[in-house]
Design a binder for this molecule. Structure first.
Ligand code: BGC
Length: 375
């Protein structure tokens, strides 16, 4: 059953002094209704009994809004987004909240060899391919089914050769807002030819609230002893680099801004943090990273079975070109991304875990963004 994003939760209707139930409820679902490639695009809202909600459009499977309570029980939207579909189609930042596929992150020069053949992908990021190319999943319309008020199932068939990738890929992504304020994303894919898959979600988070300025005061902890260092085009060198004694050491929580301006070759190459962290453990039973907003007290814990986490500190956001919800300027470093993934350029890096999917196999991965309040 689809739930309109205009419905206020029942318990809020009578007593509603709660001025703070803002952004999701101002999103107008009509602004997301359009037919693209003969498919209907809509805005879906998932809710749990505690008042948290997430708005998702099936255009790119994007998380448009994610409302969670802060320390004063004020619902706060913690992801950047636009008011309407047009924003998602026309703004220079392609990936806000999107499902990324077939391959999250970069593949050097968009080339790889597989099963004795060489392939050329779209070159959409300097000399490389990024996030599935020009027509990656972020631009595709998924079929959507809402089995209940807290989940959404999205499916998409990526044609053989789409973006340069071999094989027909049948993709399913299930979003679920759990009773304990976690946004759980389960990805599944199957293929009819040997291919590559590495999916993720590209939400831009600001736990102070979207549009509330810099994220440099957020405290971040990542359970990773190493990163995969990159060249100036953000392609991994293929080696691992220990974080100890470097600005990349987030093994104990520190402010994102604490060392971001240090003199460091990797920070220079990434124009800030834009690196894959090698997670020490990646099971769903313990978190791999934690972020805390000192302003709202909102805590986000990430759980994943993926081996890598791309920490991107919003270095390419510029207030001028990223006018966000309600006309807010999304300035430089006013959001961060933590994208769970296999390592960048794995198809060309023999030492990195494989991203190959063969017919008969099922790609399956789960990531959870779990929200709470700092005690
Ligand atoms: C990449 C950045 C890129 C950004 C685009 C991130 O996943 O690591 O380099 O600029 O996506 O939005």
């Amino acid at each position: 059953m689809a739930v309109s994003s205009c419905d206020l939760p029942a318990e809020k209707k009578s007593t509603d002094k709660d001025t703070t139930l803002n952004v999701t409820y101002k999103l107008n679902p009509n602004n997301f209704e359009q037919t693209i490639n003969d498919k209907k695009v809509k805005l879906y809202t998932l809710k749990n009994n505690k008042g948290a909600s997430v708005a998702i459009t099936n255009f790119g499977g994007r998380v448009v809004s994610l409302m969670v309570p802060d320390k004063n029980n004020v619902l706060t939207d913690v992801v950047l987004g636009y008011d309407d579909l047009k924003g998602y189609q026309s703004q220079p930042e392609n990936y806000f909240g999107a499902i990324i596929g077939r391959y999250g992150n970069r593949i050097a020069k968009g080339k790889f060899n597989l099963a004795g053949k060489s392939y050329q992908l779209d070159i959409n990021d300097g000399v490389n391919t990024l996030h599935g190319g020009y027509n990656g999943f972020y631009k595709q319309v998924f079929d959507a089914v809402q089995p209940d008020s807290s989940s959404l199932e999205l499916t998409y068939t990526s044609k053989d050769g789409e973006g340069g990738y071999p094989g027909t890929l049948n993709v399913k992504v299930v979003y679920n807002l759990t009773a304990d304020d976690a946004l759980r994303i389960a990805y599944t894919a199957t293929t009819d030819k040997t291919t590559l898959v590495n999916m993720t979600n590209h939400a831009y988070f600001n736990l102070n609230g979207e549009g509330k300025g810099s994220i440099l005061n957020h405290l971040l902890m990542i359970k990773a002893d190493a990163i995969t260092p990159v060249d100036t085009k953000l392609i991994p060198t293929g080696k691992l680099q220990a974080v100890k004694g470097t600005p990349f050491d987030f093994t104990t929580a520190k402010a994102i801004g604490a060392n971001i301006n240090d003199r460091n070759e990797q920070l220079k190459n990434g124009k800030g943090y834009d690196h894959n962290f090698v997670l020490t453990k990646h099971t769903l039973s313990q978190s791999v990273a934690t972020v805390i907003s000192p302003e709202t007290g909102i805590v986000m814990d990430i759980y994943t079975d993926e081996p890598g986490l791309q920490f991107y500190s919003g270095n390419f956001l510029t207030g001028k070109t990223h006018d966000g919800r309600g006309g807010k300027a999304y300035d430089y470093r006013s959001a961060f991304c933590l994208e769970t993934q296999h390592f960048p350029d794995a198809p060309n890096q023999p030492a990195f875990a494989s991203t190959v999917l063969k017919p008969g196999q099922t790609y399956h991965t789960i990531t959870e963004y779990r929200f709470s309040i700092k005690k």
